[in-house]
Structures are given as C-alpha cells and as structure tokens.
Design a protein around this ligand. Structure first.
Ligand code: PBG
Length: 329
C-alpha cells in the first residue's frame, strides 16, 4: 500500500470510476418527510424559524403528497399543531378518535394507501405546560401515569390506520406497554419506531415554534427524560431496552451532531437505525443557504449522504420533498 503502486487518485479520476467505487448512496427509499398539520381547509402558514417549511391543512398536504408519492416518496411523519383551547393538563385530546392526527391519518391512508404514515406518540402538542408527559404539582413528569396516556394515544393512531407509531417521549417502559396494548387490541402489524436515543437538545427549538409548544414550555426543559448530550454509552442501553420491549426500528436524534451515536448503534444492533435531521439542523443549513453562504442542493445532499455513511437506514428530513424531486429529475 505505498506510492506509486498505490495511487488513491486513480479511483477519483472521472465520474464513472467515482460512481463505481462509491460506498454509500442516498435514495428516495431512505426518506421520511416530517410534516406539520393544521386543522381546517385550504390553510398554509410559514414558520419564521424554519424558512421554506410550511404548516398545512390536510387537503393542502394531500395536494403536495400526491406527486411526491408518485416520484417515490415512501413515508411521512405527522406532527399536529393543536389549538390552544384543546390543550389541557391531562392531554386528553391526544387520543380523541376525531382529533387532528387521527382524522389526518384516515384521509391520507384513504387517498394514498401505499404511503407509509408514521405518527408521533408524545403528549407535548396537547399539554398546557408543553411537557411530553403528565406532571404532578411539583411539575415533575410522572413516568408511569404518562405511559397509560401514551398507550391510549398510540392505540388511537393504530385504529385510525397509522402504519408506524413513533414514541418520542422518552418515558421508561413505554415501548413495552405500547407493544403489549397493540397485540392485545389486535393491531399486530402496526410497527413501532422508537425514538430510543433522543437527546435533550437545543436543536429542537424551531420545531417547538412550528408546533406551537415553545410558549407552553416557557423556561422549562426536558432534561429529566431526554438524554444528556454528553453521553454515548447510555444510548446503547436505551436502544437495547427499546428493542427488547418490542421496537421494530429505533431512532437517534438529533442527527448530524450525533453521527457517532448512529455509527455505534449500527455496530451494536440489527434493526433499522433511523435518524432525524431535526429542525435546528434545518434552520442552520437553510439560513446559510438563504444568505448565499452555501449552495442549496450540494449542501443538503452532502449532509444527508453523511447520515448514510454513518450507518443510517431511514432519515427524517424536512428536505425530503426537495430531495425526492432532485433524485428523480
Ligand atoms: C416531541 C418532539 C420533538 C421533536 C419531535 N417530536 C420536540 C421535543 O422533544 O421537544 C423534535 C423534532 C425537530 O426538532 O425537528 N416529542
């Protein structure tokens, strides 16, 4: 392995040989598009901290999804923007069979039955205090009480026709409880994508603006349930537990600052490893693009290819709509 017998540049000399020797690829099959949904009809809203992303009513979303699905978009993840008047301390709107998410799942599956619909299982869009779980008088999120609510929420999504339920709340034991309930209530084919290694990250800020939970949360944080960004080995325990409890796929979140965790997860486990390029990552890239500091398409494609190199199977990205179009043009 020494120069000049080995010249690494031979495999970089032209596009054809670079294609031939490329180790990792990004395809439309890798993408899950997270979308923010609104009540009502014919509504779109822009999001200040996520320029280029819109909240949409389900009819508007369907207009966008139909051609994207034809181009090969496989999967979406729904995030509801819940009216303040429906937010309560017990988050009961979360399992309303006629709630925004439940109705959206039904209409999307009716219109596009082959499109995989992933729903978020967590209470934060529905709680008056913006936490992912139910709190006591001291303001602490109570694990086992929260699990009961999450189970009802997950069942209501399965009943509406969700293909995949994705618990993002980081309560201990929720995957097992949801799996057991799905089996018991005869939803054996509903998959669980667990947000298994979800860090307490500042990069979720723009998302909380987008779903309107930032003001509810105020100065509180999620440090008692989401993981400490300083920890790597702990992620192995979290992911292992969720797989044992019945998760079919697991997720690492955020993405780009946590590629080391993705790589470790891939080395340790055999289930699909998903990663979420979160709202803060979108905001960073998009602001640089909007200022002309980065070229849009190459910057986005490189960032997503790096997720693949680290070992990611499916990637949740707000760029999925643009990427599907670029990959199929
Ligand atoms: C809520 C949830 C969050 C995200 C996905 N589901 C925010 C949070 O935990 O505060 C973040 C997604 C993003 O930032 O793009 N449980």
């Amino acid at each position: 392995m020494h120069y000049p017998f080995t010249r690494k540049r031979r495999l970089r000399a032209n596009q054809a040989i670079r294609n031939l020797s490329q180790e990792h690829h990004l395809t439309v099959n890798d993408l899950i598009w997270p979308v923010f949904i609104l009540d009502g009809f014919n509504r779109t809203e822009s999001i200040d901290s996520m320029p280029g992303v819109q909240r949409m009513s389900v009819d508007m979303l369907l207009d966008k999804l139909t051609p994207l699905h034809q181009q090969g978009l496989n999967a979406i993840a729904l995030f509801p923007v819940i009216n303040e008047s429906y937010k309560t301390d017990d988050a009961a709107e979360a399992w309303n069979p006629e709630g925004l998410v439940q109705k959206a799942v039904k209409s999307i599956k009716a219109a596009l039955p082959e499109l995989l619909v992933v729903t978020d299982v967590a209470l934060d869009p529905y709680t008056s205090h913006g936490q992912d779980g139910i709190i006591n008088e001291a303001g602490d999120v109570i694990n086992d009480v929260t699990i009961k609510a999450l189970v009802m929420q997950a069942l209501s999504h399965a009943k509406a026709g969700a293909d995949v339920v994705a618990p993002s709340d980081m309560m201990d034991g929720r995957v097992g409880a949801i799996r057991e309930a799905l089996e018991h209530k005869k939803y054996p084919t509903t998959a669980i994508m667990s947000y298994a290694a979800k860090y307490a990250s500042v990069f979720y800020g723009p998302f909380r603006d987008a779903v309107g939970s930032a003001a509810n949360l105020g100065k509180s944080n999620k440090n008692t349930y989401q993981m400490n960004p300083a920890n790597a080995r702990e992620a192995i325990d979290e992911i292992g537990m969720d797989i044992d409890e019945g998760a079919d796929m697991v997720m690492v979140k955020p993405g780009m600052p946590y590629l080391d965790i993705i790589k470790t997860a891939k080395e340790h486990f055999n289930v699909p490893i998903c990663a979420y390029q979160v709202s803060g990552e979108y905001a960073m890239l998009q602001s640089a693009i909007d200022h002309g500091f980065l070229d849009e398409q190459p910057a986005i494609m490189e960032a997503l290819l790096c997720f693949k190199r680290a070992g990611t199977d499916a990637i949740l990205t707000y760029y999925a709509d643009r990427v599907v179009t670029w990959l199929t043009d």
